[in-house]
Design a protein around this ligand. Structure first.
Ligand code: ADP
Ligand code: MG
Length: 315
């Protein structure tokens, strides 16, 4: 449904996007994850035709944004980082205004009612946008993106600044949208993304560093896994024996663990399971294992590690 090929975007000497490519299948909910300044908004602004790239192409449902901007834009509903709402309009007037602006060809009143119902604004039509809470203003932005039933919905950090209850509601809404639309939404919060989407792309410093199904993210990000082992015996002997296991890549001593025992961190190749070999190795040198647990840090930690070198943005 969406094909992004070799996008590069430079602002003066800053390279905001450095050769980004990915595709999104029809009906997929794609999470676009990355720290501030990573290039999320830039990517979304290029996909939606708001800004142009220096290199690369974007194709949405067969039409290329630069060659057929009008036709392509009609296939996309976009909620930018700062929702384009007019504070002095009522919710309904604003949606009518946007309906006309987008030249939507559906029955007007009926369609606006439907969209308002979908985002939970049905009882707020007559309220001035400036009197709405941030969460409700965000819903108005959402409603605007849904006008005309575009097959693709793009949401730039739709939950920023909302309270936990509102965040849960917006998440539900996104999941619901995924039934009928292809959705890309961005966030700098990992848990946000993994709770809502099928697939995750992680972007840092203008480059894609992972593109994986939500539940395969850890393996996609890390080439090593860890095991924490507490064993009795001289640590030099234990470490030497553990290092003989072919899949083990590194053994670190973490410290003493009571009388005659030590704790070790065993790093081994991702996708393998070394527990049995560790057991046999320790049995060979007669060093009883007192404890053995998976020592992987959280996905959150791994994400922070991988993205912390990315330059900080100002937004
Ligand atoms: P994100 O949305 O992931 O926080 P952005 O796409 O907004 O990141 O920004 C990516 C990089 O491009 C940042 O380094 C940012 O400072 C830079 N950038 C974005 N917009 C502009 C602009 N209009 N002029 C100059 N630099 C910009
Ligand atoms: Mg942004």
């Amino acid at each position: 449904m969406i094909e992004v090929k070799h996008l590069t975007k430079r602002y003066g000497k800053t390279t905001a996007l450095d050769d980004i490519s990915f595709t999104v299948e029809s009906g997929e909910v794609l999470g676009f994850l990355g720290p501030n300044g990573a290039g999320k908004s830039t990517t979304m602004n290029i996909i939606t035709g708001y800004i142009s790239s220096n290199e690369g192409t974007v194709t949405v449902d067969g039409s290329e944004i630069l060659k057929e901007p009008k036709k392509t834009k009609q296939k996309i509903g976009y909620l930018p980082e700062i929702p384009p709402v007019y504070p002095d309009m009522t919710v309904r007037k604003y949606l009518e205004f946007m309906f006309d602006l987008k030249r939507v060809k559906l029955p007007k009143a009926e369609h606006i009612n439907e969209v308002m119902r979908l985002v939970g604004l049905e009882r707020h039509g007559r309220r001035l946008i400036k009197n709405l809470s941030k969460g409700y203003r965000q819903r108005v932005g959402f409603a605007q993106a849904l006008l005309g039933n575009p097959p693709v919905i793009i949401l730039d950090e739709p939950t920023v600044g909302l309270d936990p209850k509102q965040i849960i509601e917006i998440r539900k809404l996104i999941k619901n949208l995924g039934k009928k639309h292809t959705v890309i939404f961005s966030s700098h919060v990992l848990s946000e993304i993994s709770a809502t989407c099928d697939r995750v792309i992680i972007i840092a410093d203008g480059k894609i560093i992972a593109d994986a199904k939500a539940d395969e993210l850890y393996t996609a990000l890390s080439d090593r896994q860890k095991l924490l082992v507490t064993a009795e015996g001289k640590s030099a002997d234990v470490m030497a024996e553990l290092n003989k296991v072919p899949e083990v890549e590194r053994v670190n001593k973490l410290g003493a663990a009571g009388k005659g025992a030590n704790r070790f961190e065993v790093e081994y190749r991702a996708g393998t399971d070394v527990r049995r070999q560790v057991f046999s190795a320790m049995a060979r040198i007669n060093c009883p294992i007192l404890e053995m647990t998976a020592g992987n840090g959280s996905l959150e930690e791994l994400y922070l590690q991988l993205t912390e070198n990315a330059k900080g943005g100002e937004n």
